[in-house]
Design a binder for this molecule. Structure first.
Ligand code: TXA
Ligand code: MG
Length: 329
């Protein structure tokens, strides 16, 4: 039988994880958004194992994580206007849940970027991930630590549950504070920045920082632009059906779960859940993937109803995006 993956904890855990990464292994590690499956971004065999462990197609490029904004220049080549736009965003949002797509240096592996001439870079805010980057001294390629197409992990246990023995080392940094993956902005054309994936940092905040609107990519654009934007993604196996706030179906029985954004006033049924006492969307985001995973593991359920937040600033659009994708069959 395969042995269970090992949880690494605390300072000794970080030191051990750094050592493993330097030796060319993959280690799952916490970030403020979701857990990532990390490996040395400049070591091909390690990057190859990331794809193998996740069962991820090689056409889907990886984000490279850095400890400090200054390291961006080691991965990218920027003209003056790109530098100015990058500075506006990184000064305000790094370290944090924002990934920037920029022209890459030739040294960045084609394996990491799926043969693109751009690279996605993020400077995470989680103290454990930050220490890991500093102690390993590496650039870490890290996609979310879930099997391709499934719900991203927001705890060390989620990683163990869905990757099992395929991922032997998991650095445990507790539950992720943000709970949804980073916002991705393509800044190659600073006059026309594009939002490739909504995340914790909303379009309004980006617009305020950049002084211009961040557009959604044109509809007809190449779907391989950011494969995370595949229509069906982040999916539980139990069917998920969305409804407007306050329009939860009443005739739900014991094989159906109902997820409210805010604790409901009405009498509760057996499988009623809520993502936040008060409906606070940051809390909703932080709890969303954990609840979906928990309900997906309950074999007696054959349908999950969930309220969809209205579009808005901050993390609202990211929650809508993840729920809409998860509900696609
Ligand atoms: O919050 C996050 O971003 C987490 C944590 C671990 O940092 N990572 C994450 O990675 O969500 P992943 O691989 O699950 O999603 C990254 C997305 C993918 O959809 C990928 O296609 C896109 O980023 N991406 C990566 N490099 C790109 C590039 N050069 N151009 C366009 N999209 C890119
Ligand atoms: Mg992912």
């Amino acid at each position: 039988m395969d042995s269970l993956p090992k949880f690494l904890n605390g300072e000794p855990g970080i030191a051990r994880a750094a050592e493993l990464l330097r030796a060319g292994a993959c280690v799952a590690a916490p970030t403020e958004t979701v857990y990532g499956l990390a490996a040395d971004a400049f070591y091909k065999p390690a990057v190859r194992s990331i794809f193998a462990i996740k069962n991820r197609p090689f056409i889907d490029p990886l984000i490279v994580h850095v400890a400090e904004s200054d390291q961006l220049s080691e991965l990218t080549t920027l003209n003056l206007s790109q530098q100015a736009a990058v500075a506006r965003l990184t000064e305000q949002f790094w370290p944090g849940p924002l990934t920037l797509v920029l022209p890459k240096r030739p040294e960045v592996l084609d394996l990491v970027t799926a043969n693109r001439d751009s690279v996605a870079v993020r400077c995470p805010a989680h103290p454990v991930m930050h220490s890991l980057l500093v102690q390993s001294g590496l650039f870490l390629a890290a996609p979310s630590a879930n099997p391709f197409g499934y719900i991203s992990p927001t705890t060390a246990q989620h990683v163990r549950d869905s990757l099992g023995a395929r991922c032997p080392y998991i650095l445990d940094g507790g539950p992720c504070e943000r709970g949804v993956e980073s916002t991705i902005v393509d800044l190659r054309d600073p006059l026309n920045p594009q939002l490739l994936r909504p995340g914790p940092i909303g379009r309004e905040e980006l617009k305020d920082a950049l002084g211009r609107t961040v557009n959604l990519p044109p509809l007809q654009s190449d779907p391989s632009l950011a494969p995370g934007m595949l229509e069906r993604h982040y999916s539980p196996s139990t069917r998920l059906q969305l409804c407007q706030i306050g329009e939860m179906p009443r005739q739900s029985d014991d094989v159906e779960a109902r997820i409210f954004l805010k604790r409901p006033a009405e009498k509760l049924r057996q499988h009623d859940y809520w993502l936040s006492e008060t409906g606070d969307l940051n809390e909703v985001a932080a709890n969303l993937f954990n609840l979906l995973r928990m309900l997906d593991a309950m074999s007696e359920l054959n349908l999950i109803h969930c309220e969809l937040p209205v579009a808005g600033p901050g993390v609202a659009d990211a929650i809508r995006d993840r729920l809409q994708r998860a509900s696609k069959r």
